[in-house]
Design a protein around this ligand. Structure first.
Ligand code: ADP
Ligand code: MG
Length: 706
């Protein structure tokens, strides 16, 4: 620790005798943690000692299989361990910058090279010990290109034979090495404080180790296999909790209170059908039928309408709204942004014009008088369709008789927000909508007590988007093409993979590239830059101008609104496409091809062979479900949903797809438990009840706790 850091600690650390160590002790009190470090730990969600235990490694490096450097032969895939004796960044002829380091062990020396990662120069110092894994190739001698590596720091931690190294999710300023040292330093003091939440019979049935042992296994494993066994225990706990909640919710809805049964009067809905400018697709007809059946039954509807971007979810939702309205009920339709809410109000308003229905728009942008008028209409009895943002959730918003809640882009809202809107009525029916294409089986695991309708068909007449992959060498041509499209009156997007929370990855940041574009190929054009650091209203303003045609090219990070409809945009150029998940690329691509013109999605950049394969698959299909499945297989769940999306149950460790067998075990055991003991009241389940209460707000109600 630096002396400045130590000074800081002396100054700011709470004085008086240190409290007895518990799992709730703030990390600031731990040895080796000062205010600076505790701030960094907080960024990783670690604020108390127990969090440190729950900060689980995301992978392991197996030092039990280290190859002596002299024995690392060309063509082999090896793990080596050595000390950096020289390092530097070299440019190559193609303009790619390569970080290189020479590694030495007792047997000899080996060159390591990381093409395109010059930033490593700031993370690896001369004298550091590295454990690196990858193929050895011939390039002016032997050269290892690490697929993975761990920096062990300047002191060799006795990484001899028999050690498996835990690699932790880290954050800027707090290296994996420091994190590992911190965990290992406190592990033995913390483990005895851990109480077992699960009944021994349950552990035996699931064949997983007790919690204390599992935590030891993940943090200080004897072997990789042991680490996995420890992780499985932690994953099982999460899966079990979620399964219990879903099963219990099912029990409750099956037996308890119904919603209201809407009568299908075929008044407004028939009028809409007659006045629609197009024919519904088969999938839309089926979804409408499923929804009408739900709403007609006395059971409360809780349905997810899932459909790829452009599948036509909105009109299906409008049918649901009309059914409620012809029963004199009120409808609240909530969207995640003002822009989307306005777009819905406009397009739904157009659909309902022939029926003489004008939706009431409620967003934060309304003036005081408009807002008052809107609120008055909602508070009056009689059918109303309110379309809005989070503004609908505010305390001042009261509905006379809210019968149906529709939530667009539902994953953008938290569970609490969805519940808040429903709470404005007396058990209203609920329709959730999402474009995140996830397989049905997974949707059921994630949402459990939801029914699902899928729009797996596109409205006819839409032109497929032409998707191509172009190398860096083709950059000039790509922008010439883009310019030609602009000359033809079209608009375009250029997208950069700048992830807001990312470490300083050496990418062409959108801003730098923006300047380059404005001075280069896009001079004379109206170009705007859109990114996540802008305030929401600035972002909305830019989108509004793009929508109005006052901007030709939108240079953007991934914050472009999903669901926004700019029919005139016909080209999307995506830089560093290899940095995106396929589903994310698919959502981005959905921004073009929404109008009559032929549209193009151009993936620009030099990518490795593995990425090239993924991108080729993406270019070959527009089937969002196929893409999602491929993405899931290749990258796992976390990436599919992106870190920022809400609404998924808290799986920190488990991955219901990859842990399919474990999930099935959890499902069976949850079912058995609840059959015997629906409220988990047996003394043996006290720990489990506690776990549910702490982790999941919904448990309070479902298990009659408190
Ligand atoms: P999403 O499912 O992404 O929300 P929208 O509901 O916004 O899709 O629909 C996308 C576009 O398709 C809209 O312009 C809508 O008017 C149009 N559309 C929807 N259903 C049909 C259909 N059956 N035939 C033709 N066009 C349709
Ligand atoms: Mg939509």
């Amino acid at each position: 620790m630096s002396s400045a850091d130590a000074d800081d600690r002396r100054r700011r650390r709470p004085t008086g005798p240190a409290p007895r160590l518990t799992l709730d002790t703030p990390v600031t009190y731990l040895k080796g943690v000062g205010p600076a470090r505790s701030a960094m730990l907080a960024r990783l969600g670690i604020t108390v000692a127990g969090d440190l235990l729950r900060h689980v490694p995301h992978r392991y490096e197996d030092a039990t299989t280290v190859t002596r450097i002299n024995d690392a032969s060309v063509g082999a895939d090896v793990t080596v361990l050595g000390q950096v004796i020289a390092k530097g960044v070299l440019p190559t002829r193609k303009g790619l910058r390569v970080f290189q380091a020479v590694l030495q062990d007792a047997s000899g020396m080996l060159e390591l090279a990381w093409p395109g990662q010059p930033f490593l120069d700031r993370q690896i110092e001369k004298g550091d010990w590295l454990l690196a894994t990858g193929p050895v190739r011939f390039f002016h001698g032997r050269r290892l290109q690490p697929r993975e590596f761990v920096n062990l720091g300047p002191e060799e931690e006795g990484t001899g034979e028999g050690r498996v190294l835990a690699v932790y999710p880290s954050t800027e300023g707090l290296s994996v090495r420091v994190l590992r040292a911190l965990v290992l330093q406190h592990l033995d003091a913390l483990l005895p404080l851990v109480e077992e939440p699960l009944d021994a019979a349950l552990l035996a049935a699931a064949d997983v180790p007790p919690l204390r042992e599992a935590l030891r296994m993940v943090h200080r494993p004897q072997s990789v296999a042991e680490a996995h066994r420890g992780r499985a225990r932690l994953a099982f706990e999460e899966l079990l909790c979620v399964q219990l909640l879903h099963r219990r919710a099912n029990q409750v809805t099956r037996t308890a209170r119904g919603g209201r049964a809407f009568v299908n009067r075929r008044q407004l809905t028939s009028q809409l059908r007659a006045s629609l400018p197009y024919q519904l697709t088969h999938a839309q007809v089926r979804a409408v039928r499923e929804i009408v059946a739900d709403m007609g039954s006395a059971r409360r509807m809780h349905r997810l309408l899932q459909g790829d971007v452009g599948a036509g979810k909105t009109v299906v939702a409008v049918f649901a709204a009309l059914l409620a309205m012809e029963n004199d009920a009120q409808v609240a339709f909530m969207a995640p942004t003002e822009l989307l809410a306005e777009q819905h109000a406009r397009s739904i308003g157009a659909l309902l014009g022939p029926l003489g229905i004008v939706p009431v728009l409620l967003t934060g942008r309304l003036g005081a008088r408009e807002r008052r008028e809107a609120l008055t209409r909602l508070a009056q009895a009689g059918p109303v369709l309110a379309i809005g943002t989070h503004a609908l959730l505010q305390d001042g918003v009261t509905f006379a008789d809210l019968g149906l809640v529709i939530i667009d882009e539902q994953h953008r809202f938290g569970v609490e927000q969805r519940a808040q809107l429903s709470a404005k009525g007396a058990h209203p029916d609920v329709l959730l909508m999402s474009a995140t294409p996830i397989p049905r089986s997974l949707a059921l695991t994630l949402y459990g007590d939801l029914d699902v309708s899928v729009l797996d068909e596109r409205p006819p007449g839409r032109q497929p988007v032409t998707t191509v992959v172009r190398p860096e060498a083709g950059r000039a041509k790509v922008f010439e093409f883009l310019a030609a499209q602009l000359d033809a009156g079209r608009q375009a997007y250029v997208v950069y993979p700048l992830i807001e929370t990312s470490e300083k990855v050496d990418l062409k940041a959108a801003t730098t590239m923006f300047d380059a574009l404005v001075q280069g190929p896009l001079a004379e054009r109206r170009v705007a830059l859109l990114h996540g650091r802008l305030a929401a209203d600035e972002r909305d303003d830019i989108m509004r101008r793009f929508l109005a045609g006052d901007i030709d090219v939108l240079v953007s990070t991934t914050v472009i609104e999903v669901g926004i409809d700019v029919g005139n945009a016909s080209v999307m150029v995506i830089e560093h496409p290899e940095r995106f998940g396929l589903s994310q690329l698919h959502q981005l691509r959905g921004r073009v091809g929404r109008g009559a013109a032929q549209s193009y999605c151009i993936l620009l950049g030099d990518v490795g062979t593995e990425a090239a394969e993924r991108l080729a698959l993406f270019a070959s299909t527009e089937d969002g479900f196929a893409i999602a499945r491929a993405d899931l297989e290749m990258r796992g769940m976390g990436d599919l949903f992106g870190a920022k999306q809400h609404g998924l149950p808290a799986f920190r460790i488990a991955d219901p797809l990859r842990d399919e067998a474990l999930n099935e075990t959890a499902r069976v055991l949850a079912e058995q438990l609840l059959q015997r003991d629906p409220l988990l009241e047996a003394p043996a389940q006290r720990g489990l009840r506690h776990l549910l209460t702490v982790g999941y707000g919904r448990a309070l109600e479902l298990f009659a706790i408190g």
